[in-house]
Write a protein that binds this ligand. Structure first.
Ligand SMILES: [Zn+2]
Length: 617
């Protein structure tokens, strides 16, 4: 899953009205997006951290004047672009003569290297990222926005607004930059090809080795007219498809905000808050003041050094060294799990621990009267949102989970069972395992270990960790793979084979499924997948994430509410009818984002799909 999970409009409004915790959440939640825009636009120049900070500071200071809270992201991106241009202008005012200043030439600060290493890119995805080096400053500026549009994190309207262009004009400029990027991809390939074309070697004889738009044009001109280089231009995949599900580059440690600290800050701030104008406190404030910021170059260099070491020592290892975990993926709510999971800090105590004071700060509404639970099979995945208790009761769910070992602040009505999860390797400390044990009867294993932006581990690593999960004594679900649960030799197959060999216990198989075909055929497609997984392992199946999302294009495409409602009805009836499906859970209960497949709006009222899912099962 790679749908944006920045805080929604409710948080923006609360922050604007002076809610300290919301403001902290807003800054922390949007930091990765701003960092990625600025990183792409400046190519990781040493000013990146300054521009990111200045952008967030201006946003915080200007928040009270924001008229349309729903337009927060768009407004923030405009601020970021203005800061980027301001930095370009400031740079141009200082004539650069002679040697290039050292910080400009520092390869450790290269956002391209950082992206490739931290997201563990290979093949054509690596080539695309490497090709961005060959763009000019203006082209980069556009690319920084379009890239995030293609990755599903900005809309075309937001991109157009940030560029101050009409959508039509934006489309024209995007086409041009895509053409330039494709030319640059061919340049990357032609230069990497061994042995290098003799004529090309002549063309680049005077080249200083620094990628530039000028040299891109020269080299591209050669490749177009050269019989030998022409061959490298084949099988160029559409760039949108290559970056469609690419996660954001995680914040460098220097910019990172770890959740426990942030939570502690927020809690104390909220307790002392007297309704004054928003003032960012604690660690967020230190960040904005620059007190915590070390040169990004240092963080980047460390990552790259680690990555190179892995390549040399373990060329075939799948074991990640750089934490290639996104700070923004939909399968984990932004308020608790992800920042803790992705915090670069090695401290084990930084794993997902919701602050116990949360409920005293923001008391959850009292649970409604005993809900009518339609089916113990039907459930939902959720994060905490306004109206969650009401929604959990209304949807007639038998169970729910939060991707965490605890309800993460969610208050469920009685009779709605909570199922804990041990999300990833960083959730493996004893205290967290104890919490899981105390909070549930069944335990979900690691979340999408087959995806770099999720829990990201090899089957062998998961097997090494498995005995600790077994020790909880809870009924135990296998790691839930994102794709290919029915494939011989796939991640799950390797895990299950290893578990049998090592005599490890797996009681049921959780899986995820997203369908890109929004027609009535979707129910049958889901059924085939569930059947195939059951046939392969012969164990009960839990479908723990599912919905209709089409990932095949440039950005994730969502169904209409009508299509979603029809699928909710049909899929639920089908899943109820399969005796080996023990549980299923729609992704997700909250509809608190501008796009997505959520069922309940802030306040806890269902949309059309929510009504259908409520009435099903
Ligand atoms: Zn050639």
């Amino acid at each position: 899953m790679a749908v944006p999970v920045e805080p929604g409009v409710v948080t923006v409004m609360a922050a604007r009205d002076g809610d300290q915790r919301a403001l902290d959440e807003l800054v922390a939640g949007y930091l990765p997006l701003v960092y990625n825009i600025v990183g792409h636009a400046l190519g990781g120049h040493a000013d990146t951290d300054d521009v990111v900070q200045e952008t967030m500071l201006r946003a915080v200071n200007g928040l009270s004047s924001l008229r349309d809270p729903a337009g927060f992201r768009s407004w923030l991106v405009v601020i970021a672009m203005n800061q980027i241009r301001e930095r370009h202008r400031a740079h141009q005012r200082v004539p650069v003569t002679g040697e290039v200043p050292e910080d400009l030439a520092d390869p450790g600060a290269d956002f391209v290297d950082l992206t490739i290493m931290r997201l563990q890119l290979s093949g054509q995805r690596r080539e695309v990222v490497a090709a961005t080096r060959w763009l000019s400053e203006d082209e980069r500026e556009l690319l920084s926005l379009w890239w995030l549009e293609a990755a599903g994190r900005l809309t075309r309207t937001e991109v157009a607004d940030a560029l101050n262009l009409t959508p039509q004009h934006t489309a024209v400029r995007v086409q041009r930059v895509k053409g330039q990027l494709d030319a640059a991809r061919i340049v990357v390939r032609a230069l990497e090809k061994q042995p290098r074309c003799a004529e090309l070697a002549e063309v680049v004889a005077d080249w200083d080795g620094d990628p530039s738009a000028l040299w891109r044009k020269r080299i591209a001109r050669h490749t177009r007219s050269c019989r030998q280089c022409e061959r490298v231009t084949t099988d160029l995949a559409a760039v949108e498809g290559l970056i469609a599900r690419l996660p954001l580059v995680p914040l460098p440690a220097a910019l990172g905000l770890t959740q426990p600290l942030l939570a502690a800050t927020s809690t104390s701030a909220a307790l002392t808050q007297v309704g004054s104008a928003p003032v960012v406190t604690g660690k967020v404030a230190l960040f904005l003041q620059g007190a915590l910021v070390k040169p990004i170059a240092a963080a980047a260099a460390a990552v790259i050094a680690a990555g190179v070491a892995v390549t040399v020592v373990l060329p075939s290892s799948e074991e990640p060294v750089a934490q290639a975990v996104s700070v923004s993926t939909s399968a984990a709510p932004p308020t608790s799990i992800l920042p803790a999971e992705t915090a670069p800090s090695p401290t084990p105590s930084s794993s997902s621990v919701p602050p116990t004071t949360t409920t005293t700060v923001a008391p959850a509404p009292p649970p409604p009267a005993q809900p009518v639970v339609a089916s113990v099979k039907k459930g939902v995945s959720t994060w905490n949102f306004d109206g969650v208790t009401k929604a959990l009761g209304d949807v007639r769910a038998g169970w729910y989970y939060t991707w965490g070992s605890t309800p993460e602040g969610v208050t469920a009505p009685p009779n709605v069972e909570f199922v804990p999860m041990v999300w990833g390797e960083k959730s493996m400390d004893q205290a967290n395992l104890d919490r899981a044990k105390a909070n549930g009867k069944a335990l979900l294993g690691f979340n999408e270990p087959d995806f770099a932006e999720q829990s990201n581990m090899t089957p062998e690593r998961a097997l090494d960790l498995w005995p600790k999960l077994q020790e909880t004594g809870l009924r135990l679900g296998a790691p839930s793979v994102g794709v290919g649960g029915d494939k011989a030799g796939g991640w799950l197959d390797r895990f299950m084979t290893g578990a049998a060999q090592r005599g490890l216990r797996v009681d049921f198989i959780p899986i995820h499924w997203y369908g890109g075909d929004f027609s009535a055929a979707a129910v049958g497609q889901l059924k085939s997948y569930v059947e195939a997984v059951h046939a392969r392992y012969g164990k009960p199946v839990w479908l723990t994430e599912y919905a209709l999302i089409d990932f095949s294009g440039g950005s994730p495409r969502f169904p209409s509410l009508q299509e979603e409602a029809a699928f909710a009805r049909g899929s639920s009836a089908m899943l109820e009818s399969l005796p080996y499906v023990e549980r299923y859970a729609w992704f997700a209960l909250p509809a608190d984002k501008p796009t997505g497949t959520g069922l309940y709006l802030p306040g806890g009222t269902p949309n059309q799909a929510g009504e259908a899912y409520r009435d099903a099962g």
